[in-house]
Design a binder for this molecule. Structure first.
Ligand SMILES: Cc1cc2nc3c(=O)[nH]c(=O)nc-3n(C[C@H](O)[C@H](O)[C@H](O)COP(=O)(O)OP(=O)(O)OC[C@H]3O[C@@H](n4cnc5c(N)ncnc54)[C@H](O)[C@@H]3O)c2cc1C
Length: 456
């Protein structure tokens, strides 16, 4: 065990001898038992630089963590200092340049709140409390995505502490290879201290959710698929089977009720939004319809994702083409009569800008598939976790005939190398970046590149 008393930072170093160790080492996903050598609760970039330098001189590794939403994909954290950036919450908006500088602990909703008074927004996804950094390094699939691509490609510069402990800023002209890798290739190349993001001048959107009884089934998914194929790029949407848990946070009529939900946003005018989503109301009588014209800061809440830490297990994949057979298979394994123990299984529309090569793209440029699939189960007990994992596997096997190669980084939860996610040419380039910037395999991340330098 290293002598962490030698590591003095403005934040705090927590070790297993601390009375609150079990609390400090937890991430957002309570199902993950994170057991690092120590946790650095850093206050600023200097703290991160000191922590990385200490790790280098003690032959330890480091892992960056904003919230722990993405902790499922991490390898074991022995001999690793977990650098938690939750205290680094600064957001600076430049209204004239329409940019934001976002520190490593900032949450999605916080960027929305900072941009809204200036009529600006980032690229919010479905969760208000994912960390902007982890979400963006893995791509960032937002409600604005089919018009504006992955969130990672709206990053203009990245402040990092390199594996050598050096603080610097990388961008398209300086450190371009590291800048490229971090935009969609995950966090395994350096510790990020802040992102510079080009915002969008979009103050309002037409958005919300339609909730139907799950019994609307395969016909509803087919109606959705046909509608989605014609939808303009301004529209991004998700169809999902969801059984809300019987807890007080869920309104009474919906508790434990199997639902089919359609959530989405249109970033055109209010009228364009109303016209775009109107055909979906023909699916049947809604149990709830929350669609309306709203400030874009509200987008990260339309999907009603949990805002407090929960124990969850999930897995994602890609559906190349959602044929009638694929829909039947999906409904058979995830729909109302499937016996699924999962909380939800969803299909997220890709296409539009998500399917076209992005200009000056990072490691994730675009995805050649029509849908991302993602399912989640609750793991309140080990038995629930086992049942959920078994069903996630079953969904993967069932949907295999219609799946694309690879996966979407942020929805890939099993610990795996990036080779299972991104195309081979991208992975080769990521390996070069890893060799150049972290030759000793100091930086640990979910879905790292497999290389001789990466310790197992
Ligand atoms: C309820 C829920 C809803 C979601 N909705 C969406 C969605 O709509 N769209 C989407 O794209 N994804 C979504 N995700 C997936 C989410 O984007 C990933 O889990 C992402 O990794 C979360 O980032 P984080 O910073 O919150 O998590 P963390 O676990 O803190 O970070 C994830 C990984 O990012 C890297 N990382 C984080 N901080 C740093 C840093 N400072 N330096 C270097 N590396 C770092 C590390 O490799 C880390 O393991 C959702 C996840 C959940 C649980």
């Amino acid at each position: 065990m290293s002598d962490f008393a030698e590591l003095s930072i403005d934040g705090r170093i927590a070790t297993p001898s601390d009375s609150d160790w079990d609390e400090v080492r937890l991430g957002w996903n309570l199902a993950i038992d994170q057991r690092p050598e120590a946790v650095a609760l850093v206050a600023n970039a200097e703290d991160i630089a000191k922590t990385v330098a200490f790790a280098a001189s003690h032959d330890l590794r480091v892992a960056g963590q904003g919230t722990g939403h993405g902790s499922t994909g991490l390898p074991p954290l022995d001999e690793t200092i977990l650098i938690k950036t939750a205290a680094m919450r600064g957001v600076e908006i430049d209204p004239d340049a329409q940019t934001a500088r976002v520190e490593a602990g900032v949450l999605s909703l916080e960027l929305g709140e900072a941009g809204q008074p200036n009529g600006l927004c980032g690229m919010p996804g479905s969760s208000p409390d994912v960390g902007i950094v982890g979400y963006t390094l893995g791509g960032g699939l937002s409600w604005l995505a089919r018009k504006h691509g992955f969130a990672c490609n709206r990053v203009t510069a990245i402040e990092v502490v390199t594996a050598a402990g050096e603080q610097r800023t990388v961008n398209a002209d300086d450190g371009a290879d590291l800048f490229w890798a971090l935009r969609g290739g995950g966090g395994g190349y350096a510790i990020v201290t802040a992102l510079h993001i080009a915002l969008l001048p979009i103050a309002e959107a037409y958005a919300g959710a339609l909730l139907f009884p799950a019994a609307v089934g395969a016909d509803a998914v087919r109606t959705y698929r046909d509608w989605a194929a014609e939808a303009p790029d301004e529209v991004t949407s998700v169809v999902r089977f969801l059984t809300p848990p019987p807890i007080p946070d869920v309104p009474e009529p919906l508790r434990g009720t199997p639902l089919l939900t359609i959530t989405g946003a249109c970033i055109g005018t209010q009228e364009e939004g109303e016209v775009a989503f109107a055909p979906l109301r023909q699916i049947g009588e809604t149990l709830m319809d929350t669609f309306g014209w709203m400030p874009t800061v509200g987008l990260s809440r339309i999907h009603m994702d949990p805002e407090n830490p929960v124990p969850g297990v999930g897995e994602g994949g890609l559906v190349k083409e959602l044929t009638d057979e694929a829909i039947d298979a999906f409904v058979g394994v995830a729909g109302p009569d499937s016996g699924t123990p999962l909380l939800l299984s969803e299909l997220r529309m890709l296409g539009g800008a998500l399917g076209r090569p992005a200009e000056n793209a990072g490691a994730l440029s675009h995805i050649d598939a029509d849908y991302a699939i993602y399912s989640v189960g609750m793991a309140m007990t080990p038995e629930m976790g086992d049942a959920a994992r078994a069903h996630l596997k079953k969904i993967g096997e069932t949907m295999k005939p219609w799946s694309s190669e690879g996966s979407y980084f942020n929805f890939t939860e099993a610990p795996c190398d990036v080779d299972a996610i991104l195309p081979p040419s991208v992975c080769d380039r990521l390996r070069e970046v890893k060799r150049a910037w972290d030759p000793e395999g100091r930086v640990v991340a979910n879905h790292a590149v497999a290389s001789a330098a990466t310790r197992s």
